[in-house]
Design a protein around this ligand. Structure first.
Ligand SMILES: *Cc1c(COP(=O)(O)O)cnc(C)c1O
Length: 361
């Protein structure tokens, strides 16, 4: 049987998509070969590449003056690509840090590429509640860009509005909440996301970049991280991760088939509300993120008695719940409610949480 999979990434993918990939695995479009066994320059793969970009553009309403670039660098590779493409030698950039991944991006820039101005934007109040403080997001004169992580996968913190950075291009890592709600792309200079949270198996990163920001990479920026080189070659400068790209296309088709991003936004609001309402109603579990800063996709929570953690995970596994252990830097528990997680899965989890509380409170 399939488990209820709450893993943070790589993670659960829509069952229909997994089944279609399985059916096509050995014989793609009657070729007698799988899509991962053919040239990335074949007409069959070309249709995947072009079709997936077209679908993503339509799903996200991406304006014409933005390029969509398919890269293989991983999320962390883009932490380097951002300063290499956008910040000249000797320049500076603002980092509005709200958790683990924005801090990693800040460090990558600061330690290797130039002056990164650190703004701590997710303070804890006296009672231990964490919230995003938008008033701290002030740009520094001369900044090449301002950087945010829209949803902090590890910390369970998500932006609920887009900060205004004036003429300074806003760069957002949306690895874990891309396509989970409608986003006005025109408010951003660049959006980057690894596909392994909501879109496809690991292996691909997609960069959506405003055209005027392309073409300013440092001379020594590796070609495969240079957004201009990659976009000029339609992201086929070198062999791409064909499997991940093909799966992304299947997921985009799946999103179209269920009613687009608006429908996913509705489902994600419903799923996360159910789980947070339950946690808030219980004395046994707790979440310390302010309501207006809580992630709709990564719900972090703790058992009030942490000594029960191991038993909790053991009983969860026995009932086919996997991936509930929190990230190693934070501990506790985390339930990731990505697009492929159904409302039934969330209801089943709440039932388990209730049963466990009854047995151990
Ligand atoms: C998972 C994740 C990353 C890390 O991506 P890698 O591909 O492992 O380098 C970066 N940012 C966010 C928001 C993530 O959730």
């Amino acid at each position: 049987m399939r488990s209820w999979n709450f893993t943070a990434g790589p993670c659960t993918l829509p069952l229909e998509v997994m089944e279609k990939a399985q059916r096509e695995f050995l014989d793609y479009e009657g070729m007698g070969a799988g899509v991962i066994e053919i040239s990335h320059r074949s007409p069959q793969f070309d249709a995947v590449a072009k079709g997936s970009e077209k679908r993503l553009r339509s799903l996200m309403d991406i304006p014409d003056n933005y390029k969509v670039i398919f890269l293989q660098s991983g999320g962390r590779g883009e932490f380097a690509a951002v300063p290499l493409n956008l910040m000249p030698e000797g320049g500076l950039a603002d980092y509005f840090v709200t958790g683990h991944w924005s801090r990693c991006a800040y460090k990558e820039c600061d330690e290797r590429f130039g002056r990164a101005v650190l703004h701590e934007c997710a303070p804890k109040d006296a009672s231990g509640i964490v919230s995003i403080d938008y008033s701290k997001m002030q740009v520094t004169p001369g900044a090449s860009y301002a950087y945010i992580c829209f949803n902090e996968t590890v910390n369970g913190i998500e932006f609920n509005k887009i900060p205004d950075t004036g003429d300074v291009p806003l760069v957002a890592d949306m690895s874990s909440d891309i396509l989970t709600q409608k986003v006005d792309v025109s408010k951003f200079g660049a959006i980057i996301f690894g596909v392994q949270k909501n879109v496809a198996p690991a292996g691909l990163v997609i960069a959506i970049v405003r055209e005027d920001l392309i073409g300013h990479a440092r001379k020594y920026c590796p070609s495969i991280l240079d957004w201009k080189v990659m976009s000029e070659h339609d992201s086929l400068f070198n062999t791409p991760c064909v499997f991940s790209w093909y799966m992304a296309d299947l997921v985009f088709r799946w999103i179209e088939s269920i009613g687009g991003v608006a429908e996913l936004e509705r489902r994600n609001a419903e799923k996360s509300k159910l789980l947070y309402d339950f946690i808030d109603s219980s004395d046994f579990y707790r979440n310390n993120i302010a309501k207006d800063s809580r992630s709709r996709v990564n719900v972090v929570f703790n058992l009030k008695d942490e000594a029960l953690n191991a038993e909790f995970l053991k009983e969860a596994a026995a009932r086919h719940f996997i991936g509930l252990k929190g990230h190693k830097v934070l501990g506790g528990m985390r339930a990731s409610l990505y697009n492929a997680m159904s409302i039934e899965g969330v209801k089943a989890l709440i039932e388990f949480l209730r049963d466990f509380e009854r047995a151990h409170a």
